[in-house]
Design a protein around this ligand. Sequence first.
Ligand code: FES
Length: 104
Amino acid sequence: DIKIYVQEPSGDKTPVDAPTDMGLSLMEVLKASGYPIAATCGGMALCATCHIEVLSDHELPPPSDDEGYMLDSLPAVTDNSRLSCQVRLTPELDELVVKLGAGD
Ligand code: FES
């Protein structure tokens, strides 16, 4: 397992254990950990409720066209915005730091 850190509004970072051998997305693990992600589309890059911002300098695989279109439609995105349902958990993402929701 790897550890993902969620930066809370207070600035505290909450560690979340994430298995990398089950083909899970970051959205699935965040949701299972109790974070309020509606994931209305079920992880199809269509609802953007799973929007996160990557705060650490990990190199993630680039967004697909579908993810890119959806991100472009959001009011507040940064270069580090992603749809967490499109981020597959891999060992390379150990100690990834993310923030839920739009960038500010
Ligand atoms: Fe809908 Fe990610 S869960 S876009």
